[in-house]
Ligand binder design. Structure first.
Ligand code: SAH
Length: 448
């Protein structure tokens, strides 16, 4: 393993590098709740009735009866023809995320990956895997850091693997990351598209994590898990019932929530006997994803960093719709609004089944503070020439760090191999002279 003292100053240098300043892609608000400050008006909506998904759902409901909320959410968000992400993919338009607010988020996540890579003894290759990359801003900012630290990575084979279900957003990502120079692959290949980043790194696109090749990897999921379908359950006098979506008998072209008349397979499988809440949301797709990541990280090493809004098994009804930066009725015009539910980190921890270690959730402002956000901001402020740029930088810092904005609402959660946190054998830990370096972000980034 390379002594830390030789590597860490490079990370410190990365925080101090001037680098290219990315222009803000949008100026928006935390978690899409507020319209962009000072704008007075949210971006205009394209006239869109959501007729496609609604028509399809009404036919389905008439034919087969009520749907689970998970089936409803899946159709509304990822129906290949008419789903929200397939058609509209509203990052910036309906909601704003941290990588869009500031380049600093991606830069610090890039440093986080490098810090973990160095702690693992600088493996000869690593994959950067991003799930649900939106516009591609996070990966773009990470790749800029990798490029600035090219000397550190000169002997490492780095590749990028993006899991994206939306054809529209994969085009946006291709434009951002490669300047649009991509090639579609034939159906029998795991990746549906490939290209080379502006900095010369190969990039591949996939429809699911199962298609991404295995090996030492960093898996990133920024505001991805909150878009995965949830089941909703209600405690009643007769026991747990599942919340379902059905046609409103009073208005046959509208939808309403109903309760299942009896228990369903989901109530049997997903409600824990010790549950104390009266209303519970469970996201089995997130559970399956965590199991897959846990198996991969246990076998090949690497880490996963999950950033999202969420809770530790305490909240109840968090299912929400957003359109044009405003709350939107989740059952109205499906396909035209983003649907989301808070991530239950306690469920993710449970689904890791002890195969790997978990860290967090830790508040975004604490994670970024530990990663050196203040030093990075100082450098960007010093290097900015005009007051408008400085104002914009201060505004984005406030958005990321203010407890009332993204600072306290968003959390970071990591999956790591057990050996990253504890030496596998007592004897080895006695022999080992150097203690394991702390995991940056969850403790302070060691720069010396
Ligand atoms: N990570 C980005 C975008 C978040 S929006 C950011 O923070 O800015 C959610 C992203 O996940 C979009 O890119 C959407 O198209 C993608 N997505 C949603 N459901 C998906 C699924 N089931 N499989 C793969 N990608 C999905």
């Amino acid at each position: 393993m390379v002594p830390l003292s030789r590597s860490r100053p490079l990370l410190a240098a990365a925080l101090r590098l001037g680098g290219r300043r990315r222009l803000p892609r949008s100026r928006g608000s935390a978690a899409a709740l507020l319209p962009p400050p000072g704008s007075g008006s949210a971006p205009a909506a394209r006239p869109c009735s959501g007729g496609g998904v609604l028509r399809h759902l009404l036919l389905k409901l008439r034919a087969t009866g009520p749907l689970t909320v998970a089936e409803y959410m899946r159709e509304a968000l990822t129906n290949p023809g008419q789903g929200y992400y397939a058609r509209r993919g509203g990052v910036g338009r309906d909601f704003v995320t941290a990588p869009e607010v500031s380049q600093v988020l991606g830069e610090l996540v890039g440093i986080w990956c490098l810090s973990e890579w160095m702690a693992a003894g600088r493996p000869a290759a690593f994959r950067l895997v991003e799930l649900g990359p939106g516009t591609g801003a996070l990966t773009d900012d990470i790749l800029r850091v990798f490029n600035q630290l090219a000397s550190l990575l000169s002997k490492c084979d780095v590749s990028v693997h993006l899991v994206e279900v939306s054809p529209k957003l994969s085009e946006t990502q291709a434009q951002m990351l490669t300047g649009g120079k991509v090639q579609s692959n034939s159906e029998d290949e795991a990746a549906y598209m490939k290209g080379i980043s502006k900095t010369g790194i190969p990039i591949y696109w996939y429809r699911g994590i199962q298609d991404v090749p295995q090996g030492y990897s960093f898996y990133l999921a920024h505001e991805f898990l909150d878009a995965l379908p949830i089941h909703k359950f209600q405690r009643t006098e007769k026991g747990w019932r599942e919340v379902l979506v059905d046609i409103d008998p009073e208005a046959p072209d509208q939808l309403r929530f109903v309760l299942s008349p009896s228990s369903t397979p989901a109530t049997e499988n997903f409600i824990q006997p010790e549950e104390t809440r009266d209303h519970v949301e469970v996201c089995p797709e997130a559970g399956v994803l965590i199991q897959r990541l846990a198996c991969r990280i246990e076998k090949d090493g690497g880490a996963a960093l999950i950033a999202d809004y969420g809770h530790d098994g305490t909240k109840t009804d968090t299912f929400r719709g957003f359109r044009n930066h405003k709350l939107h009725d989740v059952l109205k015009a499906p396909g035209t609004a983003d649907l989301t539910a808070d991530v239950d980190f306690s469920y993710l921890r449970k689904m890791a089944q002890g195969k790997i270690a978990t860290l967090g959730p830790i508040k975004q402002r604490e994670f970024l503070k530990n990663m050196g956000v203040d030093l990075r901001m100082q450098v960007l402020l010093q290097n900015s020439r005009d007051s408008a740029t400085r104002e914009q930088l201060l505004h984005s810092y406030d958005m990321l760090m203010n407890p009332k904005k993204m600072g306290d609402r968003f959390h970071f959660f990591a999956l790591l191999p057990h050996y990253r946190l504890t030496h596998p054998h007592k004897e080895r830990s006695l022999q080992s002279k150097s203690p394991l370096p702390p995991v940056a972000g969850f403790g302070e980034l060691l720069l010396k």
